[in-house]
Design a protein around this ligand. Structure first.
Ligand SMILES: Nc1ncnc2c1ncn2[C@@H]1O[C@H](COP(=O)(O)OP(=O)(O)O)[C@@H](O)[C@H]1O
Ligand SMILES: [Mg+2]
Length: 255
């Protein structure tokens, strides 16, 4: 398949840095001059709140339009240029799960894939934010992706959480009939002085998945509060350095 590579940033746990990573990764790629589409797949809409969104049909509307089998024109949902080279399909209302019953989403998995695939021609990267849950909605997003990025914290209970996401990715791969990769484990809020950090590094390296660490940094919380990306509010911070390493190594320039 040519064109954009599609990533979902996923972890059923909240507060692990999914949204902040989508913000910094997508805006970092856009600043490099590549065309990027973000999809806010979390009805809580933190990503949408950060970038702001104009009056367009949103992700909830998209899922419900797909479920009803309605014709979906991508431009009805895309907010163009929330930043240079950066577009956004915003989140919808918090009632998504009540509006669209799980059974309808299940019937719909392939429709979302069919919706997103033609967009590969318009972008170099498509980065999807997801909810802190493990429901058919996240399944639909992962199934349509090429790879999954998993933000985590250095904690023992992250291991069982990780194992369940890996299971989910495997089941999506089997259903989709193609391999969906695990791109990386992303340790946000990394601190060298953290208790047993070395033990955790060894533990997680045993999964044989590329690991990146983003240091714990006030600039990230400031970034979220001020709706300014790390490249805008702290380009020489340690957190920006770590996200830059992730981009350079994990997201080689397309073409
Ligand atoms: N590298 C970091 N340093 C400090 N705080 C961080 C870092 N990454 C994320 N956070 C904080 O963690 C909280 C949750 O981040 P968020 O991206 O909203 O997680 P999620 O989308 O997984 O729920 C936010 O308050 C954010 O400021
Ligand atoms: Mg979030």
């Amino acid at each position: 398949m040519t064109g954009a590579k599609i990533f979902t940033v996923a972890n059923q746990k909240g507060g692990v840095g999914k949204t902040s990573s989508v913000i910094q990764i997508a805006s970092g790629l856009a600043r490099r001059g590549e065309k990027v589409l973000m999809i806010d797949g979390d009805p809580q809409g933190n990503l949408t709140l950060f970038f702001g969104a104009k009056d367009k049909r949103d992700f909830s509307a998209l899922v419900s339009d797909l479920a009803k089998g309605e014709k979906t024109k991508a431009d009805a949902y895309i907010n163009a240029r929330v930043r240079r080279n950066l577009d956004l399909i915003p989140a919808g209302n918090k009632r998504l799960r009540l509006d669209v019953r799980d059974t309808e989403i299940i019937g719909d998995y392939a429709r979302f894939t069919d919706f997103i695939n033609p967009l590969r021609e318009r972008y170099e990267w498509i980065i999807i934010d997801s909810s802190p849950s493990n429901s058919p909605l996240e399944h639909m997003l992962i199934r349509a992706s090429d790879a999954v990025i998993i933000p985590l914290e250095f904690q023992l209970y992250s291991v069982s959480g990780l194992e369940s996401i890996l299971d989910e990715v495997r089941s999506c791969s089997a259903e989709a009939g193609r391999e969906i990769h695990v791109h990386s484990l992303l340790f946000t809020k990394a601190e060298n002085r953290l208790h047993r950090v070395q033990t955790y590094r060894e533990l997680f390296s045993s999964f044989h998945i590329p690991v990146y660490e983003i240091c714990k940094s006030e600039y990230i919380s400031r970034s979220l509060e001020k709706s300014r990306t790390i490249w805008e509010c702290g380009p020489s911070s340690y957190a920006a350095r770590d996200y830059r390493t992730l981009l350079d190594k994990g997201f080689p320039v397309r073409q």
